[in-house]
Design a protein around this ligand. Structure first.
Ligand SMILES: O=P(O)(O)OC[C@H]1O[C@H](O[C@H]2O[C@H](CO)[C@@H](O)[C@H](O)[C@H]2O)[C@H](O)[C@@H](O)[C@@H]1O
Length: 383
């Protein structure tokens, strides 16, 4: 099927909406208004917004500049991005709004007492440190073992922007559920609920171990289009030193982390030049990556709802979904939990960022600590 048509402009997804209210259980936290906003931006000469295209590219560039905190020095155990010293004070102040999930651990577990926790984990920047080469974003064995242990006690799923088989290869744990391509490729349990089974694009399949699973791919008709766009982007970015294009099956990513900042406008122009021929694709921003994906009403938030339903945990008041992620695309999941007034998001960030999450963790090492704490708590509560 030809999905191309020329009667509409590409849909551009702008920076995440700012949510100012905390809902549900967490009413005791101080309100917080950052003076003049918290995103770190680098002054830049913008193109004159003479044409609509220029305005779009200019807004992309703003988002590109805000897409990742500045790098200072790697810590001993994790090659993480660390904020500069002068942001420490604003980080502490930001934590009044997004308290650490470690220091708030008792609050979290008191709430989850006698309820069932379901755990959703993003991969890059959450389980693995952000590194220059996306092909080498390995998680540590210590993290793998923390994830393996937590999955013994709570249903656990990885929800990543990467292609599902790639993130499975990186994590390597058969006891988890995996969703790739920002939730557009879900391999989940065979349904407990009839409504989940009724979903179009959901087929019965078997995983690598021969276990029966449900495969849900709501964007399957876009496969040839994404492939075509991927190949065009590879071709068109060839001349941009440091640019890297990845094919994630139902979406494709253009990395500019290793591109000299003065060439970022060329990256934006190049992606825009391709995307404007595909009105059924849209652009979202990740950490120094432009992500091209189908215009369908599906994202990581929808994937969380789908998986909860598949696990038979959809409508229960006694289920506490916890989603841990670092990226803008994780905001869709945070929002679903916040707006549904169930469970909560935990934002992984070493710099202040506005978010729909309730809590924060600084980096993957704190994520690991949080996972271990959940296991300790569960073991103790069973005694
Ligand atoms: O949803 P996620 O699992 O967080 O995946 C989001 C993107 O992650 C990867 O890119 C990011 O991590 C790379 C490795 O640390 C880093 O080099 C890059 O700058 C980050 O954007 C992945 O390569 C992307 O395709 C994913 O969309």
């Amino acid at each position: 099927m030809d999905l191309k048509s020329n009667h509409a402009a590409p849909v551009l997804t702008d920076p995440i909406p700012i949510s100012k209210s905390r809902l549900g259980i967490h009413t005791n936290l101080l309100p917080y208004s950052p003076p003049g906003g918290l995103f770190l931006t680098i002054p830049r000469k913008k193109p004159m917004p003479g044409k609509l295209d220029d305005v779009r590219i200019s807004s992309w560039l703003d988002a590109m500049e805000a897409s990742s905190p500045p790098r200072k020095k790697p810590t001993k155990d994790f090659n993480i991005e660390v904020a500069s010293d002068d942001t420490d004070a604003s980080y502490r102040s930001w934590m009044l709004k997004y308290p650490s999930a470690l220091t708030s651990f008792d609050e979290i577990t008191n709430y989850a007492m006698d309820k069932r926790i379901a755990l959703f984990l993003d991969y890059d920047g959450t389980l693995s440190p952000i590194v220059d080469d996306p092909d080498r974003a390995f998680m540590s064995n210590a993290m793998r073992s923390a994830v393996r242990n937590v999955a013994k006690y709570f249903p656990t799923a990885i929800i990543s922007g990467r292609r599902r088989d790639m993130v499975y290869e990186f994590v390597g744990l058969t006891e988890l559920y995996y969703a790739g391509s920002h939730g557009m490729d879900i391999m989940g349990p065979v349904r407990h609920s009839v409504s989940a089974d009724d979903h179009p694009n959901c087929i019965r399949s078997t995983d690598k171990q021969g276990k029966e699973v449900n495969l849900f791919q709501p964007a399957s008709e876009f496969l040839p289009m994404i492939d075509e766009v991927f190949r065009t982007l590879v071709e068109n970015t060839k001349g941009i030193k440091g640019a890297k294009v990845e094919n994630h099956k139902f979406c494709t990513s253009v990395h500019y982390r290793n591109v000299d900042e003065k060439n970022w406008p060329i990256v934006a122009q190049c992606v825009h030049g391709v995307l404007k021929n595909y009105p059924r694709l849209r652009l979202t921003h990740g950490r120094k990556v432009l992500e091209v994906r189908p215009v369908i009403d599906w994202d990581k938030g929808k994937a969380v709802e789908f998986l909860l339903e598949s696990l038979g945990l959809g409508d229960s008041a006694d289920v506490v979904p916890i989603y841990v992620g670092d990226d803008r695309t994780d905001e869709d999941a945070f929002k679903v939990l916040r707006e549904g007034n169930r469970g909560f998001g935990i934002l992984v960030s070493s710099v202040p960022k506005d978010s729909s999450a309730f809590y924060s963790l600084r980096d993957p090492s704190e994520v690991m600590e949080f996972l271990k704490s959940l296991v300790r708590w569960k073991k103790l509560s069973k005694l």
